[in-house]
Design a protein around this ligand. Structure first.
Ligand SMILES: [Zn+2]
Length: 372
């Protein structure tokens, strides 16, 4: 293992921010895996999972079972980790710009459509190498104008040529769930089983350029652009793994999740060893366009009437919203049947605030599909 420190802030800046990445195995030998935790800096479960991964990867490197390269970034957002407002950690948005740390990554396919013109061949493997080379060059040409953009450039530069990208997040309160690209539905199946995901949400384009998609969507965009004569495989299995809710930080959960990720790396051929059994999956993938977000029609105290992970028919009483002044009670019902996979961590909501999300099987939404 060797460690790299990447400078985020400029030398003349009052603050000195650096990102640390830990590199296991040999670059260019076998598959490359990129794992980062806490891109939204106040999403802690992934950082504790990384603590276990660090040990397991070092062991795999020492005993020779590591067949590829693994880059681990255990704290992906030093800028957000330094943010707190009146005692509350605040790591989702950059306070300087208001921009979500998991949005606005460079979609390099736009550069590559011109830079690769006339260079691809009928050799899919050669095309993969060429796309990666040009993708790295496109990221290198990104001119960041803020510290947050400088961080995003560093992270994307570490990940965009990887075969597997695991971006470890969590929701407010949630069961385990996974976001990935629609063309990756089959490839994600072992991870779904091993992690025990209750929902797998697929999109070709979620909107606003989240990190995982910046690593994967170029492949299907370029494949569609250049056509069948120059095959471009889906060479990056990139996913956002939502490790339950923000309070689900325990040694037991983190060790179990780290074990599941290591088992996935064994299934992916990155670590050699006996194949761990794949548990029966808890869900089938469903479209991100099928997720029903529930929001508060008025301010009030929210009382949940359904547990997380519940499989709901349409029209069930998910929660009550109680106006504490008038005493009026509004029962919040889902219209889409599906899995109740995430909900707010607040218990008093203002009008329009999010209550929860249900993963339905049928697409019905369009536009920006992720919550802000
Ligand atoms: Zn997140």
């Amino acid at each position: 293992m060797h460690a790299h420190r990447h400078q985020i802030s400029r030398p003349e800046s009052g603050g000195n921010y650096q990102l640390s990445s830990f590199h296991f195995g040999t670059p260019g030998r076998g598959k490359k895996v990129y794992i980062q935790a806490a891109l939204h800096a106040d999403e802690i479960p992934g950082m504790l999972v990384a603590q276990f991964l660090r040990t397991r990867l070092a062991t795999a490197e020492a005993d020779g079972s590591l067949q590829g390269e693994v880059v681990l970034v255990p704290a992906a957002n030093p800028l957000g980790l330094a943010q707190a407002i009146h005692g509350a950690p605040f790591g989702r948005f950059d306070l300087t710009t208001g921009t979500n740390f998991n949005r606005a990554y460079k979609h390099v396919a736009e550069d590559l459509k011109s830079s690769l013109d006339g260079k691809l061949t009928a050799d899919a493997a050669a095309n993969v190498s060429l796309v990666r080379e040009h993708a790295l060059a496109s990221v290198a040409n990104w001119q960041p104008s803020t510290d947050a953009e400088a961080l995003k450039k560093i992270l994307l530069g570490l990940a965009i040529d990887a075969d597997i990208v695991l971006d470890l997040h969590c929701d407010n309160e949630a069961v385990m769930h996974i976001y990935t690209g629609t063309p990756l539905a089959d490839a994600i199946a072992p991870l779904t089983s091993l992690m025990g995901a209750h929902a797998v949400l697929l999109a070709l384009e979620a909107g606003e350029e989240p990190f995982d998609e910046a690593c994967s969507r170029l492949w299907w965009d370029l494949d569609a652009h250049f056509g069948a004569a120059t095959p471009i495989p889906m060479a990056c299995l990139s996913t956002t793994v939502e490790l339950r809710g923000e309070m689900d930080v325990s040694y037991e959960l983190a060790e179990k999740d780290a074990d599941a990720l290591i088992a996935f790396l064994i299934h992916s051929g990155v670590i050699s060893g006996p194949l761990p059994p794949l548990p029966a999956p808890l869900c089938e993938p469903t479209p991100l366009e099928g997720v029903e977000p529930l929001s508060a029609p008025h301010a009030g105290v929210v009382v949940f009437r359904q547990p997380l992970g519940a499989r709901l028919a349409a029209g069930e009483a998910v929660a009550d919203l109680i106006d504490p002044v008038s005493g009026a009670v509004t029962t919040i019902r889902n219209t889409v049947p599906g899995v109740f996979f995430a909900r707010t961590a607040h218990r008093h909501l203002l009008r329009g605030m999010a209550i929860g999300k249900i993963a339905g099987a049928t697409a019905f939404r369009a536009g920006k599909l992720l919550s802000s």
